[in-house]
Design a protein around this ligand. Structure first.
Ligand SMILES: NC(=O)c1ccc[n+]([C@@H]2O[C@H](COP(=O)([O-])OP(=O)(O)OC[C@H]3O[C@@H](n4cnc5c(N)ncnc54)[C@H](O)[C@@H]3O)[C@@H](O)[C@H]2O)c1
Length: 295
């Protein structure tokens, strides 16, 4: 098995930057790329800010923070990924976009390099079909925020090879995560449930059952979830949630039909924390604005 030193991360959005951060603090070199150069610049800034916060809290020591930032490199083109030992794709949850990325990665990466996808729900087999060697494509599903969440789902597609699955589990462990093995089904073992809960919460909001704040409060205090469904959806991004729901609706049936109010929120650009407003609103520092306190 190839010794992994350099991890390539494609996509520098919410998840790509989280995966890049976790990789550098665990001692890997990272090559980060996004089709939008502004996304890469924002990601580097946010990673540095998170590193500083974690250092101040004593969760990351001085030396790790310094070497972590030194080990974070950015790429201007996917052609530079030929030097990576393992690549994790975290681009928009859209099959055509992922296919394009896998086709290009497949052409530049040596054959023993695993090409992992962080898709939340889509078929690994279908994504892998864009590669000439689909056996090296595996699902590696991280959770948000990556540095805090302990799980990685390792998802085997129809053609994923044992060596590629084992290498993905090994990298997950080296990144400090617990792994579970999942055989490919839409939504794996997690997104299938979280998408359903978030969607149902939107139906409840649409029906006027209670306010978003009270639904979140009910689920946290009454059902002992650590976050309410609206808080979680704002963190995940409602556009990503909607992509997942549409796919689950198409593959698993009617119970996943996206709630019309959720669709409206996405159309209105209320995507969540990443744009400063979703079900709730956030200030520049990402703190929630408490509307009940404003006059
Ligand atoms: N947000 C979550 O909580 C979460 C959790 C687990 C998995 N995921 C999955 O991770 C993936 C990324 O989600 P996200 O929330 O980070 O989305 P995001 O919208 O925050 O980021 C996606 C990034 O991909 C970039 N991109 C689009 N096309 C590209 C291309 N061809 N090449 C390079 N970059 C490209 C975009 O510019 C954007 O910066 C999706 O598959 C999503 O389902 C998301």
């Amino acid at each position: 098995m190839r010794q992994v030193k350099r991890v390539g991360v494609v996509g520098a959005g919410v998840m790509g930057r989280g995966i890049a951060y976790q990789s550098v603090i665990k001692g890997f070199e990272v090559l980060l790329y996004d089709a939008r150069s502004s996304a890469v610049e924002d990601a580097v800034e946010q990673i540095a800010r998170l590193m500083e916060r974690e250092r101040q809290k004593g969760r990351v020591d001085e030396q790790t923070a310094r070497s972590g930032l030194e080990n974070l490199k950015t790429a201007g083109d996917l052609a530079e990924f030929g030097e990576c030992d393992f690549v994790i794709e975290a681009v928009t949850e859209d099959l055509a976009v992922k296919h394009d990325v896998f086709r290009r990665l497949d052409a530049v990466c040596p054959v023993d390099v695993v090409l992992a996808t962080n898709t939340s729900a889509k078929s690994i087999t279908e994504i892998a079909a864009a590669a000439s060697r689909p056996e090296r494509v595996v699902g590696m599903h991280f959770f948000n925020p990556v540095h805090r969440m302990e799980l990685v789902e390792v998802v085997r597609g129809l053609e994923s090879a044992d060596w590629a699955v084992a290498a993905t589990e090994e990298l997950g462990r080296r990144l400090g995560k617990e792994t579970i093995r999942v055989n490919e089904r839409p939504g794996f073992a997690t997104s299938r449930i979280s998408a359903l809960v978030g969607n149902e919460a939107f139906y409840m909001l649409m029906e006027g059952v209670a306010s978003a704040e009270d639904i979140d409060k009910a689920i946290k205090l009454g059902l002992n979830y650590p976050m309410g469904p609206f808080e979680l959806g704002d963190l995940v991004g409602w556009d990503t949630r909607l992509h997942v729901l549409e796919y689950l609706h198409e593959t698993l049936g009617e119970k996943f039909r996206p709630c019309p109010l959720l669709v409206q929120y996405v159309r209105a650009g209320r995507l969540g924390r990443k744009v400063g407003r979703g079900v709730y609103e956030y200030d520049e520092q990402g703190r929630r604005i408490d509307k009940s306190r404003s006059c």
